[in-house]
Structures are given as C-alpha cells and as structure tokens.
Design a binder for this molecule. Structure first.
Ligand code: NAG
Ligand code: NAG
Length: 434
C-alpha cells in the first residue's frame, strides 16, 4: 500500500463541507492524524473489492473500545453513512463493510457486489470522548466499472475414455456474496461440485468442478462456464475441448471408400490406394508391402500409394498402419494379380479338373471291358471243356505267348499250373534275354 495524498480543490471543499455537516473540527491541519489508503479504488460492477487502510492518531490520544469509526459517502452535497462501528457494533449498508480491527488503527473495508451507486468519494471519521475528526488527507474515490472479467477454466489433458476434472474459477474474491457457477455444453454424464476456498485475508474464491469422461465425439465441442453475480451480471468462459484418441482408418481405392480386403489388378493397371487416419494427436501413417515400408508420413492424416503399370510382382499384402501415443490401427489390402491372357491357362486347368473326374470313369470302363472279356473267355472255355477235355491244353492265348517266348516245351503243369509256377515262369521269361 502506498500513501496517496489527494489535495485537489474539490476534495478540499468536500472536506470543509463534510466537516461543516458533521461539525466539531477540533484539529487544525490535524497533526498526528494520518490515513493510508488508495486514492482510487476500481471495482467491476457486481464484483467485490478489498481496500487495505490504516489510520493513526497522535501519540497522546488513546483509542478505546468506545471509539467509534465510520465510512461515509458524499452524495450530492450530503454525506451518507455506509459503514460504522459504534459501541463495538458493526453496521453496513449491505455492500460496504469495515473488516479490520479498528482499535488497532485498521480502517480496511470491502465493497461487495458493487453497484453503480457505490461510485464516489468516501471519507473516514473517528469519534471518541475527546476527538471528533474526519480524516481529510485521503478520500478514496471508488469507481465502478463494467463487469468484464471472465471466469477461468483449468486446462487438463483430455483423453478419450479417461475421466477428467476441470475447474472453473469465478473472477474476484468476496467475503459475503456468493456467485453462482454453472456449466453448459454437450458433455454427458457429468458430475458437478461447487465449492469455495477461504483465504488468509478472509476472502473467498469460488470454484466449480466438472467431472466427466470425454469421448471422441466431444473433440472440438465447446464447454462453457457461466458465473452469475448477485447483481444479475453474468459472464461466460468457453473452452473448446481437445480430446485425444487413438487412430481409426479408412481406405479409398481410386477415391472410393472401400471395406474390401482384396483388390484384383491386371497387367498394366494403375491403382491408387489412399489411407486416412482419424486421430488426435496426428498419427504417423505407413504403407507396408509385406513387411517392408513403402511410404510413410507424419504430418498429414492421409497417405497414398500408387502402383503404376502393374506387373505380377506388384501383387501382395499391403498394410496401412497408423499410430499415435494412444494406439495403433491397421488395415490390410491384398492385391491380386490377374492377367486376362492367363485365361488359356485357366482353360487347361479346367481340363485337368475334367480329366481328374474322367480318370476313374475310364478305369471303371476298362474294368468292365476286362470283366466282359473274362466272362466271355470263361464261357467259351467251359463250353470247350464240356465238348472235349483234351482241348484244354490250348485254352489260353497268353499261354500261347509263353509258348512263343519260352523255348521250353509247355507241359500241362506249365499251362494250368499254380500261379506261383506261372509267375516263376514269367520271371524266367524276363530273365531270358540276359
Ligand atoms: C491501489 O492503487 C494501486 C495504484 O494506484 C492500484 O494498482 C491498486 O489496484 C489499487 N488498489 C485497489 C484495491 O483499488
Ligand atoms: C476440484 O478439481 C481439482 C482438479 O482436479 C482438484 O484438485 C480439487 O481437489 C477438486 N476439488 C473438489 C472440492 O473436488
């Protein structure tokens, strides 16, 4: 606090006027009587102001508990009492309060919920058995200004799905009046908690906590804190929510959004695949082919990959991956190479399938033919046996073949012998050329 001495003519006239009204000026130039208080006090309409003030009396004057003090305001040539302490009892006009220990020389005051009519010059007066004095040194000039102060909203990191508490603090500090604090905005499931903190000087600050769990959709939406004072003045502060979330991806192929995971290309094609990441903060996006980085970006939320003049080697698994500190998103696109001229190969492969199906059929047919032949032979043989048992010696063509290959004269045993012998003979036949 500093001492401000206003000695303008108007003030002086005011003192004379006030002294005249209150009478009993008994200290010429008042040696030893001094007051220290701001010369000008600014307060915003509806808000509160605390004005420190000390006064002194000459050392031979003792302040007793009977000492009464008062603050008065000049209004259109008259003086109006606004606050006093008389017989240890404090009184106030409801907005102007004495707050200090008067007997200790403290003339501090507060103005709460200031109104335009509170503007003006104020004077401090002391009365005791022997003294009756209005301090002439300083007449604080109270100015009531527009209510322009804003509440403050604390900043906190908002992450999707993580509960957070933001605090709105009302402007100004007041002792007696309590402003109302409210929130608006589209955040859902919020819990509110209004509270005030009392400071060392006895003033209180007012706060409101809003607790909510931000979602991705809350990003960029406004949150408002409104403070309404007793004078119905109100003020609002806005905070645009910056909600952080992990990436999600969208892929476009030739500028069309797609959910396909496979894309067929043919020789000479040109194809552009774009990968968009929706994330906050920005994600680092990468296109991989198999496990190799093809292209990467950290500053844009989109990245494109163009395959020009496609050849079979362009086919493969392409992966777009976007990552920020909150997570990773991945999407895979399989590029399948298909050449129209390959359709010949396609036909031959159909033939293979056809063949594969026909194979068993042919075998069956063959088996049937063999069976039919065998039946026929058997029937013929049986007929032969019934006709003439001795003709059996010539009953097989195969035997005849053996006859040709084998110089050994066929005996009956050779011809109609056991299979073992037959196979033995066959081996001999095979070995024969050696
Ligand atoms: C007292 O005066 C000083 C400077 O003149 C100013 O900065 C301060 O805000 C004033 N105090 C009050 C309570 O108005
Ligand atoms: C309000 O929120 C702040 C910030 O999270 C916290 O420090 C404070 O304890 C909360 N106060 C109350 C009364 O809940």
């Amino acid at each position: 606090m500093r001492v401000v001495k206003i000695r303008v003519l108007m003030d002086f006239l005011a003192i004379i006027l006030m002294a005249h009204l209150w009478g009993n000026i008994n200290c010429q130039m008042f040696p030893g009587y001094e007051i220290k208080v701001n010369g000008t006090v600014h307060v915003q309409r509806g808000l509160c102001v605390r004005v420190p003030c000390t006064f002194s009396v000459p050392s031979d004057v003792r302040l007793t508990r009977y000492t009464s003090v008062s603050w008065s305001k000049f209004i259109q040539g008259s003086v109006q009492l606004v606050a006093s302490r008389v017989n240890s009892k404090y009184s106030s006009n409801g907005r102007f309060y004495l707050i200090g220990d008067v007997t200790g020389g403290d003339c501090s005051f507060i103005i709460e919920g200031a109104m335009d009519t509170d503007a003006g010059l104020y004077s401090f007066r002391i009365e005791d058995k022997e003294i009756k004095l209005t301090y002439p040194d300083v007449l604080p000039n109270v100015r009531v200004t527009e209510f322009t102060e804003k509440p403050t909203i604390s900043s906190a990191r908002l992450v999707e799905g993580k509960e957070v508490t933001l605090t709105c603090t009302s402007p100004g500090r007041c002792q007696k009046v309590t402003p109302e604090i409210s929130w608006s905005g589209k955040v859902s499931d919020r819990r509110l908690m209004n509270y005030n903190l009392t400071h060392e000087d006895g003033s209180r600050s007012f706060h409101s906590n809003i607790t909510f769990t931000p979602g991705k959709s809350d990003n960029g939406s406004p949150l408002y804190c409104t403070v309404t004072l007793q004078t119905e003045e109100s003020t609002t502060e806005k905070q645009t929510l910056n909600v952080e979330y992990s990436p999600s991806l969208a892929i476009t192929i030739e500028d069309k959004e797609t959910n396909e995971t496979t894309v067929t290309v043919k020789n000479g094609d040109t194809i552009t695949m774009r990968c968009y990441a929706d994330s906050n903060p920005k994600a680092s996006i990468t296109w991989y082919k198999e496990d190799t980085v093809v292209t990467q970006d950290r500053s844009f939320q989109t990245i494109s990959l163009t395959l020009t003049n496609v050849t079979p080697s362009d086919a493969g698994r392409f992966l777009c991956s976007a990552e920020n500190e909150h997570g990773v998103a991945r999407r895979t696109v399989h590029i399948i190479y298909h050449n129209p001229s390959d359709s010949i190969m396609d036909k031959s492969s159909t033939n293979i399938i056809l063949l594969a199906a026909l194979g068993p059929l042919c075998l069956l047919l063959l088996a049937l033919l063999v069976y039919a032949y065998w039946r026929k032979r058997k029937k013929k043989l049986m007929n032969a046996e019934t006709e003439d048992p001795y003709t059996s010696l010539r009953r097989s063509d195969i035997t005849s073949v053996y006859d040709v290959l084998q110089p050994m004269t066929p005996t009956e045993t050779n011809i109609i012998g056991s299979p073992e012998e037959a196979s033995h003979d066959y081996e001999n036949v095979q070995k024969q050329p050696k």
